[in-house]
Design a protein around this ligand. Structure first.
Ligand code: NAD
Ligand code: AHE
Ligand code: ZN
Length: 369
């Protein structure tokens, strides 16, 4: 079949809207009509050529929601007509990682996913006879896409696609980092670095968990109002204080934070986030994705004296199990999504969504098909 898609033909070039060819689902795969997709900073990072796994030409996008239109041979867990959220972290429930119950990082299809192909080693997308690669196993910047059955979460049918798509990455990552990875306890002091599409969800997760001080840090002053809207109690712009941010935060938290979260992808900020943790027990969670080649550093003494450095992908969520529950949280009003969707765009205007992100003018842009 033919489908309209925004194709990343080359790094650092705008996406091009073209009609691509899409092969139907093979065994164990499903065809999904994408109804809406968010634009996450990770898409921009890959498009900007900063992802060591970035492959071109490819169809980016990993924060979608849609409807199953066709199933391949042997598919049993979903059927045509089901509403689903594609999962860049699948859940096979059979691999060593899934069975361990210690991680959400299912390994069933990770190797082929990282190479931009389906589990059989080939792409379903092509343009003018040449393959176009998949991205993060999702490629939600296409009106239709093919996914392995283990990489879709079936969700309730009354959830609006233009909001629930955000659960495909940003919401689950931010809220999940708090509840699944950090397991923030009531009364904790929390510092969130970077108040964008992820950081604001960390803030709403921390508020939900009953955190006491929720301190937001951002170089963009316009983010203060955004943070306060979701439960932030203090705001710090590191450019506007005298002296170093770390002692400033340590003083503000009476010795250091119980939990800090990096939602910037900046390795200098990651170090600050670790060092702003309380001696003896503070835990810093890295969410941000750093540019290829970047490394983190600190004095080992920071860890010797009891600070913990951890990371999280997709908020530690097991997609097929946890995503439907997060959709319920949204539908029941336990978490907010609507105000964070600052821009709704047509596919033709998708590059505008990237511009708004880089200019710091959006929280989330969503493309509706
Ligand atoms: P975003 O662009 O919406 O937000 C980033 C925010 O960080 C902005 O408000 C920006 O002003 C702020 N910022 C930038 N540099 C800063 C600095 N030096 N100090 C303080 N604040 C700074 O991006 P997003 O969509 O929220 O994504 C945030 C990061 O999380 C990205 O690196 C993205 O790739 C990553 N991410 C990771 C996962 C995961 O599973 N680990 C999932 C989604 C996104
Ligand atoms: N490909 C990059 C790493 C990118 C990365 O860390 N991705 C996160 C999700 S970001 C969503 O917006 C992730 O899930 N990581 C775990 C995994 O298995 O990819 C690189 O550095 O090579
Ligand atoms: Zn993302």
């Amino acid at each position: 079949m033919k489908t309209r898609a925004a194709v990343a033909f080359e790094a650092k070039k705008p996406l091009e809207i073209v009609e691509v060819d899409l092969e139907g689902p093979k065994a164990g795969e499903v065809l999904v009509e994408i109804k809406a997709t968010g634009i996450c900073h990770t898409d921009a990072y890959t498009l900007d050529g900063l992802d060591s796994e970035g492959i071109f030409p490819s169809i980016l996008g990993h924060e979608g929601a849609g409807i199953i239109r066709e199933i391949g041979v042997g598919v049993t867990s979903v059927k045509a007509g089901d509403h689903v959220i594609p999962l860049y972290t699948p859940e096979c429930r059979q691999c060593k990682s899934c069975l361990s119950q210690k991680t959400n990082l299912c390994t069933a299809i990770r190797a082929t996913q990282g190479k931009g192909v389906m589990p059989d080693g080939t792409s379903r997308f092509s343009y003018k006879g040449k393959p176009i690669y998949h991205y993060m196993g999702c490629s939600t910047f296409s009106n239709f896409t093919v996914l392995p059955e283990i990489a879709v979460a079936k969700i309730r049918e009354d959830a609006p696609f233009d909001k629930s798509c955000y659960i495909g990455c940003g919401v689950t990552t931010g809220v999940g980092a708090v509840v699944n990875t950090a397991k923030v306890e009531p009364g904790s002091n929390v510092v969130v670095f970077g108040l964008g599409g992820i950081g604001l969800n960390v803030i709403q997760g921390a508020k939900m968990a009953g955190a006491d001080k929720i301190i937001g840090v951002d170089v963009n002053d316009s983010k203060e109002e955004w943070g306060r809207r979701f439960g932030m109690t203090h705001f710090v712009n590191p450019k506007k204080i005298t002296g170093d941010i770390v002692p400033h935060l340590v003083t503000l938290t009476d010795g250091g934070a119980d939990y800090t979260f990096d939602c910037t992808g900046n390795t200098t900020v990651m170090r600050q986030a670790l060092e702003a943790c309380h001696r003896g027990w503070g835990t810093s969670i890295i969410i941000g994705v750093a540019e290829a080649g970047k490394e983190i550093a600190t004095r080992p003494f920071q860890l010797v004296t009891g600070r913990n450095w951890r990371g999280t992908a997709f908020g530690g969520a097991r997609g097929r199990t946890d995503v439907p529950k997060i959709v319920d949280w949204y539908m029941n009003g336990k978490i907010q999504i609507d105000p964070m969707i600052t821009h709704t765009l047509k596919l033709e205007d998708i590059n505008k969504g990237f511009d708004l992100m880089h200019e710091g003018k959006s929280i989330r842009s969503v493309v509706v098909f």
